[in-house]
Ligand binder design. Structure first.
Ligand code: APR
Length: 268
C-alpha cells in the first residue's frame, strides 16, 4: 500500500472492515472495471458513446432503421471484447466471492470477464455479447456461428438462415427491456444487502442506477470505487476515486490481514 496516499489507505481499511462485518454484501459493476482489460467504457474520456452517438448506434430503433450501421460499430468494437482477459479487479471480485464475503455480482457488462476470472454468481442485467438472435423469428446463434457467417457470407448485418432477417447480439439496447429474472433478482438482493460495493459505473442508466437506492433505503451501506465522481458519492460510506485494478486487490489484501488479526486475537 506504500505508493498510495494515507487517505487512500484509510479508505481501503474502512471498505475492508465494512465488507468483513457484512452478512449480505453484493457487488455492482459497470464498464469501468473492464477498461484495464482494454475494453473502452461508455462515458469516460474515450467512451464508446463519444465516437458512436447513442441515438444513432445504441438504440433498438436505430438498429431496426439501419442494421448495417449498427453492425459496422459492432465489428469494430467486438475484437477488443472477444480478446480481452480479466484484470486484477475481476480477480479480486472473484476472490471475494470465494471467501464468501460477496453473495452476488450484478454486472452491466456483456464481456463475461467476471466469469472468466472465476466468479459464478454473476447476474448480467444488460445481456451478453456471446449470444445472438434473429430480429425476425428469434432463432438463436452462437458467437462462432455469427463469426463464420460474417466471414463466409460477407454480409453485414449477418442474416438469419431461417427467415433472412438481421441478427442482433443479445445485449440490451436503449428502448429494450432488461432480462426479467436478472433485474427482479438484482432488485431483491439490493434490498437485502447490508453492503453494496459499486465499481466502475457512472450510475447514470436506469433501472440499474436505482439499485443502490434500494440498499440505502433498507439501511445498507455503499462503497464506491470509480476514477471520477458519481451521483451517489454523497450517499456512500466510502468513496475511492482511483483505478479499480489498483484498489480492489488492496481491499482484498487488507481484508485477509484483518481476518488473520481477528483469528490470532481469538486464539490468544
Ligand atoms: N478505474 C476506475 N474507474 C474507471 C476506470 C478504472 N480503470 N475506467 C473507467 N472508469 C469509470 C469512468 O470514469 C466512468 O465514470 O467508470 C465509469 C464507467 O461509466 P460508463 O461508461 O457510463 O459505464 P456504465 O456505468 O457501465 O454504463 C451503463 O450504459 O450505455 C449503457 O449499456 C451500457 O451497460 C452500459 C450502461
Amino acid at each position: 500500500m506504500h505508493t498510495l496516499k494515507p487517505s487512500y489507505k484509510e479508505k481501503i481499511r474502512k471498505a475492508a472492515k465494512l465488507l468483513l462485518n457484512s452478512k449480505s454484501a453484493i457487488v455492482l459493476t459497470g464498464a469501468g472495471i473492464s477498461t484495464e482489460s482494454g475494453i473502452p467504457d461508455f462515458r469516460g474520456d474515450d467512451g464508446i458513446w463519444k465516437k458512436y452517438p447513442i441515438e444513432t448506434f445504441g438504440t433498438l430503433e436505430s438498429l431496426l432503421k439501419d442494421p448495417s450501421k449498427f453492425w459496422k460499430m459492432a465489428e469494430e468494437i467486438a475484437p477488443n471484447l472477444f480478446n480481452a482477459k480479466p484484470n486484477t479487479g475481476h480477480y479480486a471480485i472473484a476472490e471475494l466471492e470465494k471467501m464468501n464475503i460477496v453473495k452476488s455480482i450484478i454486472t452491466q457488462n456483456v464481456d463475461e470477464l467476471h466469469q472468466k476470472a472465476g466468479a459464478v454468481l454473476v447476474y448480467e442485467v444488460h445481456g451478453n455479447i456471446n449470444r445472438y438472435s434473429c430480429l425476425g423469428c428469434r432463432a438463436s446463434y452462437t458467437k462462432q456461428q455469427v463469426l463464420n457467417k460474417l466471414k463466409k457470407e460477407k454480409n453485414s448485418p449477418p442474416l438469419c438462415d431461417v427467415c433472412a432477417a438481421p441478427l442482433k447480439p443479445s445485449v440490451v439496447l436503449f428502448g429494450e427491456s432488461l432480462p426479467k429474472f436478472e433485474i427482479y433478482y438484482s432488485q431483491d438482493v439490493a434490498k437485502k444487502s447490508d453492503v453494496m460495493l459499486i465499481v466502475g459505473s457512472s450510475l447514470s442508466v436506469a433501472p440499474v442506477c436505482d439499485l443502490p437506492l434500494y440498499t440505502l433505503r433498507e439501511g445498507g451501506k455503499l462503497i464506491i470505487i470509480n476514477d471520477e465522481p458519481t451521483l451517489l458519492d454523497s450517499k456512500a460510506e466510502v468513496v475511492i476515486h482511483n483505478k479499480i485494478g489498483t484498489i480492489l486487490p488492496l481491499i482484498v489484501e487488507e481484508l485477509k490481514r484483518l481476518m488473520e488479526e481477528s483469528h490470532s486475537d481469538t486464539k490468544s
